[in-house]
Ligand binder design. Structure first.
Ligand code: ADP
Ligand code: MG
Length: 700
């Protein structure tokens, strides 16, 4: 499109998506209706209907320039996967026609053997299959029709992060509808979970990025002395967006909008070169697909602007890392947000019931939520510089806390002689929605009509957090429904249940400063776990109570949980291993040679000065320091090498991950410290790669 042409967003929004409007115009009425029913009620689709949809999809995709189709899935690698097949099919006369069948739409058979299976591979054949998820819209991108799918092994074990998410949504819906029935709701047939993931990222110059092996191979800087300026002036957050970044954001928005992603908010974040994009919330599985797509588009669009988009949780030490706030709520198919306090007392009881269920769920299964955000990358972020600590707690805010206190003291709910609910206060106040100056230190905050889970790292998928959240809340709703369904006196039994639940679980609520050391001590007194490192958190996946809940709701089997745990731990070790090897490589090939060059420069200067009888104390002083640091670096490199070799003697995934954390990672930290010190005294002309100042302040 020419620069001068003004583009009208509604005209092109979703133009590359096989969305409701397209389906309505292109599908026969009965087929469209069947599909809508599938989407709303989460029920399976007939194969003959799939045939018609496939054909319409193909026609539409070809008009959009597509020649291929791909089943698009989310294996356990954490990134999306795709294998493209063209639509062509040979004809007897040597030509081709474009074909796409219902079968091809519904099912694909990628080789599963090269995707992580966490030990499942031994028990199943290499073959896996992908199955269409009709609840997430197909789209055209780069000449292919993308079909969102789930990914399973042939023997039925699931190999992706999406299947459990879909299952958890069903499970939550079933239990939430049961609870709604208790409140006399007879109309709601489905409750969906909604998610709005805010995505943080860094933008740095491509030319500088290319010069840093650590960024290229690991996505983060493994070395780098702090720049003289960081974020202390607080001048970047919500600051004026410079032209280059603003052009990037503009194109990003356009690309996302074409793909039907409701990109809504964009702003500069706390650290220099850090930014954020927030979409308008949507159904969990669609939000999860769209977030994966957003991350990909963010990176691709950046390259067009000679920028690199870093999605790592902590690309730079000393400034804020990047998170992904997972805003979560539950909505009925008749449009009611269950975490939005209602206008009348009955709705308020219902709101409080769902709220208390979430409180109980988060308290009982905080270990699951914690591990959903556990990764090598996020370890650098949690508890550091404006990121929540590794302790899970809930922030309710003063207004809601007052209500909860009143409820606990038994002053809230009663039933009058007409069997009507009576609430202690007439109606709940309209709680302030989250604003930027609200308590941002809590990992799990009530923000007016939703909860915001702030622990998740920027590089992670939101799927895991959300299938955990949905399942644990479903569990508590089930408990409530089981207890109250046969109640003769609903209001008073509900009151008793809520009071009891609050009493038992209120220690998870913390409205104070989550960044302070006092909270760490207080949390310990309250018995709330503080699993600082990913390796402390991940193994709890297989705790009996956690296996039990996933099995009870058929979201994951014990085998699948074990395999997921293995994959997470293996992945952790692999990442640290790559980072350590990269450090060694950079030291041997770039940093130590640079130190030698600097030493030589100083020695040459000393010799020259000596010849002409000029004092060379300054050179000598620096040369001694450089030599000492070079020795230090060499010693640390050798130590790190040795630690890496030592990993071969450790057996077992958990023990290996622990070894990487305790031995390899700490050796990396010591090495970095010496290198960073050398950097501060080395001239820019000699330092072998761009510094923090170059990287963080160059995008203008
Ligand atoms: P913040 O102050 O944290 O930046 P915003 O008001 O910008 O919060 O909202 C953050 C995200 O929360 C957005 O993606 C928004 O769409 C999402 N959100 C709002 N309501 C809901 C809801 N009911 N369910 C899920 N997400 C929601
Ligand atoms: Mg937020």
């Amino acid at each position: 499109m020419p620069e001068t042409e003004i583009k009208n967003v509604p005209d092109y929004f979703g133009c590359n998506v096989f969305n409701e409007t397209i389906m309505k115009t292109r599908l026969p009425k009965n087929v469209y209706k069947a599909l809508v029913k599938t989407k709303q009620l989460g029920i399976a689709l007939d194969t003959d209907i799939a045939e018609v949809i496939a054909s319409a999809m193909k026609e539409w995709a070809i008009e959009k320039g597509a020649t291929h189709y791909t089943h698009w899935f989310h294996p356990m690698t954490g990134v999306t996967a795709e294998k493209h097949d063209s639509f062509i099919s040979p004809t007897p006369d040597g030509n081709v026609i474009m074909e796409f069948s219902g079968k091809e739409l519904i099912k694909g058979e990628p080789d599963a053997s090269s995707f992580p299976s966490g030990g499942l591979r031994a028990t199943f054949e290499a073959r896996g299959y992908t199955a269409w998820d009709p609840t997430s819209p197909a789209f055209v991108k780069d000449g292919s029709l993308y079909i969102p799918t789930v990914f399973c092994s042939y023997t039925g074990e699931i190999l992706d992060k999406k299947t459990p998410l879909l299952r958890s949504m069903d499970v939550l819906s079933e239990q939430a509808v049961r609870v709604l029935r208790l409140f006399g709701n007879t109309t709601t047939t489905r409750v969906t979970t909604t998610v709005g993931p805010e995505q943080e990222y860094f933008l740095i110059d491509k030319k500088l990025y290319d010069k840093r092996e650590d960024l290229v191979l690991t996505g983060r800087t493994l070395f780098g002395a702090k720049a003289p300026k960081g974020q202390e002036l607080e001048d970047h957050y919500f600051g004026n967006i410079n032209t280059r970044v603003s052009e990037y954001m503009k194109e990003l928005d356009e690309e996302l909008w074409k793909l039907g992603i409701y990109s809504k908010t964009k702003h500069n974040e706390a650290a220099p070169s850090q930014h954020e994009m927030a979409p308008i919330f949507t159904t969990s599985n669609v939000a999860s697909d769209q977030n994966a797509l957003t991350m990909e588009i963010m990176k691709k669009v950046a390259l067009k602007h000679n920028l690199v988009c870093l999605l790592h949780e902590k690309p730079f030490a000393g400034v804020t890392g990047s998170g992904k706030h997972d805003n979560w709520s539950m909505s009925t198919n008749d449009g009611q947000n269950l975490l939005d306090p209602g206008a009348n007392p009955k709705d308020n009881f219902q709101f409080l019931t769902f709220l208390v269920a979430v409180i109980k769920a988060v308290h009982e299964y905080s270990d699951l939520l914690r591990l959903s955000a556990a990764s090598a990358g996020n370890d650098h972020r949690l508890g550091a510089l404006e990121a929540p600590p590794a302790i899970i707690s809930i922030f309710l805010g003063d207004e809601l806390q007052t209500i909860i206190d009143a409820l606990e003291s038994g002053k809230m709910i009663s039933e009058n002689q007409d069997n009507e609910f009576v609430i202690g206060v007439e109606a709940l106040p309209n709680f302030p929605k989250d604003t930027t100056d609200r308590n941002r230190t809590s990992p799990f905050a009530f923000t007016g009509n939703k909860f915001e889970f702030r622990m998740l790292g920027s590089a992670d998928t939101i799927a895991c957090t959300n299938y955990i959240l949905n399942t644990i809340v479903a569990k508590e709703l089930k408990g409530f429904a089981d207890e109250l369904e046969n109640s003769k006196n609903f209001a008073s039994d509900l009151n008793k249940l809520l009071v009891k639940t609050i009493k038992e679980h209120k220690q998870i609520i913390f409205n104070g400063n989550g960044y302070g050391d006092e909270w760490v001590e207080e949390a310990e007194r309250r018995g709330l776990p503080n699993r600082v490192a990913a390796v402390d958190a991940i193994p709890h996946y297989t705790d009996e109570k956690n296996v039990a809940i996933f099995e009870e709701f058929k979201v994951l089997t014990r085998t699948e949980i074990t395999s997921r745990t293995e994959i997470l731990l293996e992945n952790y070790s692999k990442i640290i291993n790559i980072e350590a090897l990269t450090m060694v490589d950079m030291c041997r090939k770039q940093i130590i040679p640079a130190a030698f060059a600097f030493s030589k420069q100083l020695a040459d200067a000393m010799v020259s000065k000596h010849t002409v009888g000029v004092n060379y104390d300054a050179e000598k002083k620096i040369a001694d320091k450089v030599s000492a640091l070079t020795n230090g670096i060499l010693a640390e490199v050798e130590n790190l090498d040795e630690k890496l070799l030592g990993s071969k003697d450790v057996t077992g995934t958990e023990a290996t991950a622990r070894y990487y954390r305790d031995s390899v990672f700490s050796a990396m930290q010591s090495l970095r410290a010496v290198v960073d010190e050398l950097e501060t005294i080395t001239p820019s002309s000699i330092w072998p790669f761009p510094t923090y100042t170059d990287l963080l302040f160059s995008v203008r």
